[in-house]
Design a protein around this ligand. Structure first.
Ligand code: CAA
Length: 394
């Protein structure tokens, strides 16, 4: 067993950190206040090579391993959640799922554009009436010769207004013997597609979230990912990747809380003494440190399992569940340590508090992950070998 990061890992961590501090942090408060998102951030991330992390060189990516993606997510979320969400959706939910499930022809067709950032990918599973109960979606796909006709809508879609293509999960209308699922790549420029932004979010305000609609939208059969009937498995695989990026990003929030609190606790004095000397403040700082260090171990383990090509559904659920709760608790403590200053956007911790709350809802709620962990322990849930796994990193 070797817990050390390689020099290449350190380089990725350092460049993602610099990107966050130079390109994201300077105007993050203004963008968050105005709930302003635009495509510029995606273009900058593409130019910095961040969108090709963990994609093999054969498909135009950087050829770095899966731990690298986690490190980049941690450092990006240390700057702002909206930057990490780009990697979660584009790289985790969309690109890695194509790498796992796409045919060789599909990988050659789509991965180079995604790795370079010429194309941005997103994911469409959740619907107005199907969130946790993801299997019971209403979007329908009807086979018609060499195509499928899609009708339905998806909501809470990150990058809805900017993505060029979406990995969409639908139920097959005329499947035999019973309705089952299929996954498709739907391109934005297809007639019958439209998107609309959602407004008024509690957090991640400078990130784009919206709805996407399919109205008699025709998708060629060659855009189906996996076989008919694989759709739900494709969706769950996508979540194995997405949850990894959310879990690693959550560690970045804790680190950002520590960055802010270490400074504030040494500057702010009460009765002539730094508040960092107060034991109740130290207790909160110590909990944050534990959350950060435990969180890293949890997501490094998942990255290592990804590198080996092993199924890691239980482990990634654990990392996402524990890290997101610890990030929320850290942000809550960070507000507490800052007192009234923590309650306004003069300091970043109120943003961490709002942003960290979202991650306990998306990509499996806190409650869903609690149930998943209990079910594994009680033997009600077990990991069967997968029909298709993410290629191991070589
Ligand atoms: N990889 C591949 N296949 C998998 C899998 C995985 N990780 N997990 C399950 N499967 C397969 C199973 O093997 C099973 O197939 P077999 O019967 O052939 O073995 C099939 O899928 C059904 O699996 P389960 O029995 O586990 O299904 P379930 O109904 O018990 O799952 C659930 C329940 C775990 C709660 C699941 O519905 C779930 O995770 N819900 C939460 C959904 C979620 O996270 N939504 C967030 C959407 S993304 C988002 O937030 C938007 C965004 O853009 C940020």
């Amino acid at each position: 067993m070797d817990f050390r990061l390689t020099p290449e890992h350190e380089l990725i961590r350092e460049s993602a950190y610099k990107f966050g501090q130079v390109e994201v942090v300077p105007d993050v408060t203004a963008r968050d206040r105005e709930a302003k998102s635009d495509r510029t951030m995606l273009d900058k991330m593409a130019a910095a090579g961040l969108l090709g992390i963990s994609i093999p060189e054969a498909y135009g990516g950087s050829g770095t391993d899966y731990i690298s993606l986690g490190l980049a997510c941690e450092e990006l979320e240390r700057a702002d959640t909206s930057a990490r969400v780009v990697l979660s959706v584009h790289s985790g939910l969309h690109t890695l799922t194509l790498l796992q499930w796409g045919s060789e022809e599909q990988k050659k067709r789509w991965l180079p554009g995604l790795a370079s950032g010429d194309k941005v990918g997103a994911f469409g599973l959740t619907e107005p009436n199907a969130g946790s109960d993801a299997i019971n979606i209403s979007t329908r796909a009807k086979r018609d010769g060499d195509s499928y006709v899609l009708n339905g809508e998806k909501t809470w879609i990150s990058l809805a207004d900017y993505a060029d293509q979406f990995l969409v999960i639908a139920k097959l209308e005329n499947a035999d013997p019973k309705p089952t699922h299929a996954a498709f790549i739907v391109e934005r420029n297809t007639p019958g597609f439209h998107s609309r932004p959602l407004h008024g979010k509690l957090g991640v305000r400078s990130g784009n979230t919206g709805q996407i609609f399919f109205e008699d939208l025709v998708v060629p059969a060659e855009n189906r990912i996996g076989d008919e009937g694989d759709g739900f498995k494709v969706a769950m695989s996508a979540l194995d990747h997405g949850r990894y990026t959310v879990a690693s990003g959550a560690v970045g929030i804790i680190t950002a809380c520590l960055d802010a609190c270490d400074k504030y606790a040494r500057e702010r004095k009460v009765a002539g003494e730094e508040i960092g000397r107060k034991q109740l403040v130290q207790q909160m700082i110590a909990q944050m440190v534990a959350g950060r260090d435990i969180g890293r171990l949890l997501y490094y383990q998942v990255g290592w399992m990804k590198n080996m090509g092993s199924r890691h559904t239980r482990e990634v659920s654990m990392a996402k569940w524990v890290n997101c709760k610890n990030a929320f608790d850290a942000a809550n403590s960070a507000v507490e340590i800052h007192g009234a200053y923590g309650y306004c956007d003069e300091f970043p911790v109120e943003r961490y508090f709002r942003n960290s709350r979202g991650a306990m809802i998306y990509e499996g709620t806190h409650e869903i992950h609690t149930l998943i962990q209990a079910e594994y322990e009680l033997g009600y849930r077990s990991d069967r070998p997968l029909k298709c796994t993410l290629p191991p990193w070589e």
